[in-house]
Design a protein. Structure first.
Length: 277
């Protein structure tokens, strides 16, 4: 099983709502926002398969608000996950992610503070765009170890987990075919590397404990295992409308399987046209 932390999976998921096939373009990292607005909030329940029984282990919330960054109008996005008392007996999870993007969706700054188990990790990324390049200053620290500083520059656009999600939600997936592969460059505190997701098609999904069904687009986030074989790490269902909200996430973690289900959505920019009933 692939060794991926719960937070990375959850985020990659939300990110990967990304319906984007055009990220390998030269660094013109701005875009029109058609999917969200300031004031949007999404809420999730997190479940883990414990001895073949699905147990609720925590919650996640994401919020977008208007802000300023270095004197310019911006969006500030928070993603927070919290394990409950039952989960804390086995694995503590306290993660906070923050990203600032311009109103043109170009990434400006990213912060991730993640307490997972007994390990606390902090990632930061600062973005700039000199001469048509995407330049990043990156910083990483684990517990109280020494700080690792890195720099990376590319003619391709790069994104952190949250800014990628915001960017990708405005893409049009109507012309994608099943099996279509999406490649994107993702920045973290220690590295910047290419990742991939694969389009699996369309399905209807009935919400857990709610009489609501959505038309969804289904994607898988894939990685290679230690033997070099590609495996699905995350399968995620996003609404087939202009909001592109993830409503269900299936995750293969390094210590088992987990799921996340949308429980609430407010402040949406567009009508929920994918909602069947």
């Amino acid at each position: 099983m692939i060794n991926v932390t719960p937070m990375k999976k959850l985020l990659s998921i939300i990110i990967l709502l990304s319906l984007c096939s055009a990220l390998r373009t030269q660094a013109q990292c701005t875009a029109e926002n058609t999917a969200f607005k300031s004031g949007e909030t999404l809420l999730y329940d997190l479940y883990f398969n414990w001895k073949f029984v699905w147990v609720k282990v925590g919650t996640a919330s994401m919020n977008v608000s208007s802000a300023t960054y270095q004197g310019e109008p911006a969006y500030r996005t928070y993603l927070i996950t919290r394990g409950n008392a039952k989960a804390d007996r086995f694995f503590v999870m306290r993660d906070t992610l923050i990203t600032y993007t311009g109103l043109d969706l170009a990434p400006r700054y990213y912060f991730k503070g993640a307490l997972e188990g007994k390990t606390y990790r902090k990632d930061e990324v600062w973005y700039s765009y000199p001469s048509g390049q995407c330049a990043m200053k990156m910083r990483f620290q684990k517990n109280n170890d020494y700080v690792i500083n890195n720099q990376y520059s590319s003619r391709y656009c790069a994104y952190d987990m949250l800014s990628m999600m915001l960017r990708a939600r405005s893409f049009d997936a109507s012309k994608m075919k099943v099996g279509h592969r999406i490649n994107f460059l993702m920045a973290e505190g220690k590295k910047c590397e290419w990742n991939s997701i694969v389009y699996r098609g369309k399905k209807k999904f009935k919400m857990e404990n709610q009489p609501i069904t959505y038309r969804c687009l289904v994607f898988s986030f894939v990685e290679k295992n230690k033997k070099g074989k590609e495996e699905d790490v995350i399968t995620f269902y996003i609404t087939d409308d202009k909001n592109h909200i993830p409503v269900r996430l299936d995750m293969n973690l390094n210590f088992g399987t987990a799921k996340a289900f949308l429980t609430g959505a407010s402040g949406l920019r567009n009508p929920q046209d994918s909602r069947i009933k």
